[in-house]
Design a protein around this ligand. Structure first.
Ligand code: HEC
Ligand code: HEC
Ligand code: HEC
Ligand code: HEC
Length: 182
């Protein structure tokens, strides 16, 4: 019996850990999109905030409060739970959904849905202008530039409404390049 528990327990623990959704980098605090807006809303530089706000990502929380979401949840065997609070849904619909409260800045707002920091990393430490202007410093402070593999952490068949994901087509719909950077 002793030997059995000894070999089974680590295996069970491992399976449990593997079944948890991937955790984001929580070495830095979330600051919320309103912070990024201050410097990333000028049309001349590509109005990243405006582009994001008009995208579906900014609606990703809101959509979980709709009758449509209720229907999706029921079909996915998640009926009876509030989709806007159910980890099985919010893990792809809310920035920093599983971050400890201590990592959420005063302006963090879960109703932003998939905010800037879902893709660029928790931003409190890289937001100061001196850090932002220096890519190496910003990267060291937690800023990331997402790649296709980061999109497919959410755009995959675990989504109950999954639509085949093609990076180029999808990226065009959310593109927010700064025309002034090379
Ligand atoms: C105080 C102003 C300021 C704030 C606040 C700010 N940024 Fe920036 N950010 C800049 C500047 C300046 C650059 C350099 C490029 C440029 O001139 O636009 C930059 C560059 C970037 C880049 C491109 C990095 C690269 O090297 O390609 C990303 C991504 C970015 N910011 C995301 C964010 C996000 C996300 C937030 C909020 C969490 C944020 N920024 C907050 C000023 C700011
Ligand atoms: C944290 C999870 C997450 C990540 C990461 C993510 N997305 Fe999304 N994306 C969503 C959710 C959730 C929706 C649906 C929101 C809604 O309908 O309200 C969505 C919707 C979209 C849509 C709109 C699709 C439509 O039906 O019109 C596009 C385009 C898109 N994402 C592109 C991307 C690209 C490109 C990346 C990577 C650079 C990316 N997404 C990364 C969660 C994510
Ligand atoms: C693995 C990530 C993921 C999970 C988990 C997830 N979603 Fe989504 N959700 C998405 C993405 C990505 C989209 C954008 C369309 C697509 O590709 O599915 C989306 C879109 C939606 C939409 C908009 C309708 C549409 O067709 O675009 C609703 C409503 C929705 N999800 C509800 C839910 C509910 C309810 C749950 C929990 C039972 C859930 N989602 C779990 C990623 C996810
Ligand atoms: C769904 C993921 C996603 C979200 C949400 C998102 N971005 Fe981005 N962002 C990207 C990708 C992908 C790139 C291109 C990275 C590259 O060029 O390697 C990018 C590039 C940028 C750049 C560099 C532009 C350039 O041409 O130099 C800035 C600045 C930026 N994002 C700011 C923001 C801000 C501010 C927000 C929120 C208002 C935001 N992003 C939301 C995925 C995202």
């Amino acid at each position: 019996m002793k030997r059995l528990t000894g070999s089974l327990l680590p295996a069970i623990t491992l399976v449990f850990l593997l079944s948890l959704p991937a955790r984001a980098d929580y070495n830095h605090n979330f600051t919320g999109a309103s912070k990024c807006r201050v410097c990333h809303m000028s049309a001349k530089k590509g109005d990243q905030f405006g582009v994001w706000k008009a995208s579906k990502h900014a609606q990703a929380y809101q959509v979980l409060t709709t009758p449509e979401a209720k229907a999706v949840a029921e079909k996915a065997g998640q009926g009876g739970k509030n989709p806007a609070e159910n980890p099985a849904c919010i893990k792809c619909h809310i920035t920093g959904w599983d971050a400890p409260a201590a990592k959420l800045g005063a302006k963090y707002d879960k109703t932003e849905g998939v905010g800037c920091e879902s893709c660029h990393g928790p931003g409190e430490d890289y937001s100061p202008i001196k850090v932002m202007k220096d890519k190496a410093l910003a990267t060291a402070a937690g800023m990331t530039l997402p790649k296709k593999e980061d999109c497919t952490k959410c755009h995959n068949s675990q989504s109950p409404t999954y639509k085949a994901f093609d990076y180029d087509t999808f990226f065009k719909k959310i593109a927010h390049d700064n025309p002034e950077t090379p």
